[in-house]
Design a protein around this ligand. Structure first.
Ligand SMILES: *[C@@H]1O[C@H](CO)[C@@H](O)[C@H](O)[C@H]1NC(C)=O
Ligand SMILES: *[C@@H]1O[C@H](CO)[C@@H](O)[C@H](O)[C@H]1NC(C)=O
Ligand SMILES: [Zn+2]
Length: 995
């Protein structure tokens, strides 16, 4: 689209030429006018040179960039970009696309001035097209939409800062992710993108698309957002995003070069004419127009770019006089433009591309769960990133202290974590370690000046007391490690634009404790036994503590609250404990155990009781041929999950005025706390599970994949269940069925029904008007294989490789044993629909709870030698930190992003979390924060790299489909009124604001 814009600019420029002499320097011509012309009467082959550069996989990010460790893989991105640039300078006809901004950024930072200038010129004249543009090519199954938006925002900003308008991508290039989400398509439309190109989809789907000329199609990204439609294109290649047969000319590949010297005995032009003709004869049956895209590249190709380009030059040359085929250098944008000009009638796709099966027995459903600990750590990273970005912005606005540099590292590391071999868990173990190292560093950088930020909200003369605190989040509190002393300051910050009640949990040693709020009033707190003693953790890592201290914090929107925690004695008095008790919680929210099995019997939410059983089970992995691995989930054929609930016993029961907890022990590697909090609004039951180390099973080296399964009694969901798409819209799933094509489910009846669950999975019994949902805390594979069931895979340990390239078994170990995983599931239920205004339907409850879980309050802890009077004196003189945000924001409004941007600007991004037709909501941007008024507000596209006013002027592509005609995404501003803006159902709007 930007290209259209440049057409306009150019025309204006020509008008100006009349008055002034023609400028000698070249006008940017990165628009569609820089596309090589196609020949309408022929088949046009668009050669798209590209290199697929993983931001970590077999090697770490740095090893890939610099080209280290060639014994693992010959791959060096610095050579690739440098070599491509040189090859492009040699011949203006050549084209290249640059994809991963993490690598482009590294290259740019180390490039010389003249290299940068060359690159810029190539971009300006359309020889290089910047594509995708995010830090990494993100996975689409395990990611949350907020992190996808963030990593696009961060990557696209770098492109605009360095390359300007010609560097703005227009194409989603997701060529390697293992399946594709509807939400990704939705986001692309709102980034202002025109196309979504990819390679991996279920093989049955591919065959069906080929047979029906549907390899190009139109994809509707959302039921709610007007014109959320994007052109979709699947590559024709038999080898994913690699070149067609015989045309793979990278160094180390075995295809012959084109030899067009007739005097050479190896002259082979006829061979290539024939080979390409054969490819064209096949492809042209699959695509709707006379344009065919050839992906001319692959993993880390173009280290010796000239090799590929010399052969492509010749390929173009030998087809110069061909009667049927025209070969040109091209880019995805030029291909898309050519297809659009041909005005095809496309089919409309409304669902997604999960799960991805590359054969009848190879479903890529294992990676939804692989490496559960790094998947969870990524979510923790997001939680801390959002909180620290907000605090940095608030501190800058309210006190003038600018700590923006602190969050930049975490911004980048979180982008890297979204990569399709990072959050997926499909990288080598050494690379996992590097990701964890990076993310830990990013987090510590982001919270480095938290004490100063806290201090910046305080005007007291004694604020040095706060500045001297070493406030840190307890990243190891999931294994009961956290450093506390006799006296501690605890700061809790709520990153949501709504007030929350949150139960703070801090691991503590044996002892009795008191907690005080900032008015020096004691706060009720409980001491509960920790889930485990974590004996396997060595001393160097820390000392796991035996108890959890728990207290309720009620915090305003964007509010910060300071507490004082004091040890008052050496003996612990845990909450009352009666092991024979079977009912827990209150008549509003609670649960009951079956005294015979010690398993869950029923759950009560908002006064409604439903019989639900919960247990752990495992799948045995297949014994031969195709194994479960980092990517694949392949249970034994004709198997069902095997129960691990034979001998469940209750280790402890704790019941206090604020929380009831039961610790169940399933076996020597599975434990679980079932928990219900008693404060109003906590309408869910929590399952806090601990699984691992997983054993070798009955057969030597047999893989072991553990699930949790909830079974609702007497429930008819008619084989249908729902899973979220990247934490946002819901996707309808039906057992053994795909909306778009047919497949034979009998080959893999379990794995082919597994879908990614990144925030929730639910079932509905329409006749009973009852919905039961499980919210999770990281990506997991999940399904509902039988009526009333919901299952989620929580952990996997595998002793074979699944032959998808990583060449390592997914046998994660830590401290000399299989890795241990801890996680949390929240169960909630309610009516599917309700006519009673005071009653919330299940969907509403889930959306609100999901947010509170995703962006939960951040707890900072610092030991201190000061008394509580000394600490609170400083706090009490100030009021801001108690209420940064207004508590009166409309319920549907979620302030997704509030972060420092450039010099004096900030990003403010708002989302309507509800999708019901009547949920349109208005909000005054100047009433979101109590003390902050914005004097400049300018709207942008979703990733903040186009001013909306500019974007609106760009002509949009229109498409005809079998269902309807559509054109590009727009924002409806007709209901806005000054600073009061309107959000339609699920809409997200992004603003650059200044105070
Ligand atoms: C194409 O045709 C032109 C004009 O007839 C001729 O000069 C040229 O050599 C031909 N090129 C090839 C590659 O055959
Ligand atoms: C992109 O960069 C240009 C040139 O630096 C700047 O003027 C423009 O405001 C930037 N666009 C956005 C949306 O920030
Ligand atoms: Zn890849």
């Amino acid at each position: 689209m930007l290209m259209f814009k440049f057409c306009i600019v150019l025309v204006v420029g020509l008008a100006g030429v009349m008055a002034k002499p023609a400028p000698l320097t070249q006008e940017p011509s990165c628009g569609y006018e820089s596309c090589h012309p196609i020949d309408d009467k022929k088949i046009n082959i668009h050669l798209v040179p590209h290199s697929h550069d993983d931001v970590g996989w077999l090697k770490t990010v740095d090893q890939y960039f610099y080209g280290a460790k060639t014994e693992i893989q010959s791959a060096g991105v610095q050579y690739i970009i440098t070599s491509a640039v040189e090859a492009l300078l040699r011949n203006r006809d050549r084209r290249y696309i640059q994809v991963e901004t993490e690598f482009f950024k590294k290259w740019w930072d180390e490039a010389t001035e003249s290299q940068r200038e060359d690159f810029q010129n190539l971009v300006n004249r359309g020889q290089i097209e910047m594509i995708n543009g995010a830090i990494a090519m993100n996975d689409e199954a395990c990611t949350n939409y907020q992190s996808t938006i963030d990593q696009f925002t961060w990557g696209l900003r770098f492109l605009n800062d360095t390359l300007g308008a010609c560097g703005a991508p227009k194409i989603g290039w997701q060529i390697d992710p293992f399946g594709h989400s509807r939400e990704q398509a939705n986001l692309f439309t709102q980034f202002g993108y025109n196309g979504f190109f990819f390679a991996r989809l279920d093989e049955n789907d591919r065959l069906h698309r080929k047979a029906n000329k549907r390899m190009d199609f139109l994809w509707q990204g959302s039921d709610n957002i007007e014109s959320s439609n994007i052109f979709g294109s699947v590559f024709g290649s038999d080898n994913l995003y690699f070149p067609p047969q015989d045309l793979n000319w990278d160094v180390g590949e075995t295809n012959d070069p084109i030899i067009d010297n007739p005097s050479s005995p190896d002259y082979n032009v006829p061979f290539f004419l024939k080979s390409v003709q054969n490819t064209v004869n096949r492809y042209k049956k699959w695509f709707p127009t006379n344009n065919l895209l050839f992906t001319m590249g692959g993993d880390f190709q173009y280290q010796s770019a000239e090799m590929l380009y010399m052969n492509m030059d010749r390929l173009i040359k030998i087809f110069k006089n061909h009667t049927e085929i025209n070969v040109i250098y091209s880019t995805p944008s030029c291909y898309l433009k050519a297809v659009n000009d041909a005005k095809p009638n496309l089919t409309l796709k409304t669902d997604d591309f999960f799960p991805y099966g590359n054969s009848d027995h190879e479903y890529w459903a294992g990676y939804f769960t692989s490496r559960p600990n790094s998947k969870r750590f990524e979510r923790v990273g997001n939680n801390i990133l959002q909180a620290t970005k907000q605090l940095t912005a608030l501190s800058k606005i309210l006190s003038g202290h600018d700590f923006t540099d602190d969050v930049n590292d975490l911004r980048e590391q979180m982008g890297i974590m979204q990569h399709h071999d990072a959050i997926t868990g499909t990288e080598k173990q050494n690379v996992t370690k590097d990701y964890v190292r990076r993310l830990t560093k990013g987090i510590r950088n982001a919270e480095k000046h938290f004490s100063e930020i806290l201090g910046s909200f305080v005007t007291s003369d004694n604020k040095d007391i706060l500045l001297n605190l070493d406030l840190q989040t307890c990243l190891l509190s999931n294994v009961s490690i956290c450093t506390t002393a006799e006296k501690n300051v605890i700061v809790v910050y709520n990153p949501l634009s709504r007030p929350v009640s949150h139960y703070v949990r801090i691991p503590v040693p044996e002892g009795s404790y008191k907690v005080y709020d900032a008015e020096s009033k004691p706060v009720h707190c409980d001491i509960l036994p920790a889930i485990s003693k974590f004996k396997h953790i060595p001393k160097e890592v820390g000392t796991p503590l035996p108890y959890d201290l728990v207290f309720e914090a009620k915090i305003n929107a964007f509010g910060m609250y300071v507490y004082y925690l004091k040890k008052t004695g050496d003996n612990t008095k845990p909450g009352s404990s009666v092991k024979t008790q079977t009912k827990f919680g209150s008549s509003e929210n609670g649960f009951e155990l079956n005294p015979e099995t010690n398993l869950l019997k029923s759950v009560t939410i908002d006064g409604v009781t439903v019989d639900i059983k919960q247990e752990f089970l495992y799948y045995q992995s297949a014994k031969k041929d195709i194994w479960s691995g980092a990517y694949l989930f392949r249970p034994l054929p004709e198997t069902v999950a095997i129960s691990l609930s034979e001998t469940v016993y209750i280790e402890s029961v704790s019941s206090t005025t604020s929380v009831d907890e039961v610790v169940q022990v399933f076996n020597d590697y599975i434990k679980q706390i079932i928990r219900v909090y008693k404060a109003p609004g906590h309408n869910y039951v929590e399952f806090d599970w601990l699984v691992g180390p997983l054993p070798n099973l009955t057969l030597p080296n047999m893989g072991n994949e553990v699930i949790t399964r909830f079974t609702v009694a007497d429930f008819d969901n008619k084989n249908v269940f729902y899973t979220d798409s990247n934490g946002r819209q819901l996707m309808r799933r039906e057992i053994n069925k795909r909306p778009d094509y047919t497949y034979n489910h009998t080959y893999e009846p379990i794995a082919s029904n597994y879908y990614p669950v990144t925030s929730r999975i639910l079932i509905r019994d329409e006749a009973k008007n009852l919905e039961v949902a499980i919210l999770n805390d990281r990506s997991q594979g999940g399904s509902s294989l039988n009526q009333g069931e919901i299952e989620l895979m929580v952990h996997r340990r595998l002793f074979h490789d699944d032959n998808k390239g990583v060449n390592e078994n997914l046998n994660e170990t830590e401290f000399g044993q299989g890795v241990v995983v801890r996680g949390s599931h929240l169960l909630t239920l309610g009516p599917i629909t309700t006519t009673n205004k005071n009653q919330k339907n299940a969907e509403t409850k889930e959306k609100i709870r999901e947010l509170k879980k995703l962006l939960s309050p951040i707890v900072f802890v610092a030991p201190t030698d000061k008394t509580k009077e000394e600490i609170f004196k400083v706090i009490n003189e100030n009021s801001f930190i108690y209420a940064g945000g207004s508590n009166n924001n409309p319920e549907g409004v979620h302030v997704m992003t509030f972060e420092p941007w450039k010099e004096d600007s900030y990003i403010l991004r708002l989302e309507n979390i509800f999708d019901a037709a009547n949920s349109t909501v208005s909000v005054d941007l100047n009433k979101i924060f109590l003390n902050i008024k914005f004097n400049s507000i300018k709207e942008t596209t979703l990733a903040a790299n186009h001013w909306l006013d500019d974007y609106k002027k760009i002509p949009k592509f229109s498409w005809s489909t079998d269902v309807k005609d559509t054109s590009g995404w727009t924002v409806d501003m007709s209901q806005d009124d000054g600073t009061k803006i309107t959000l339609t159902p699920t809409e997200i709007r992004t603003f650059i604001v200044k105070v």
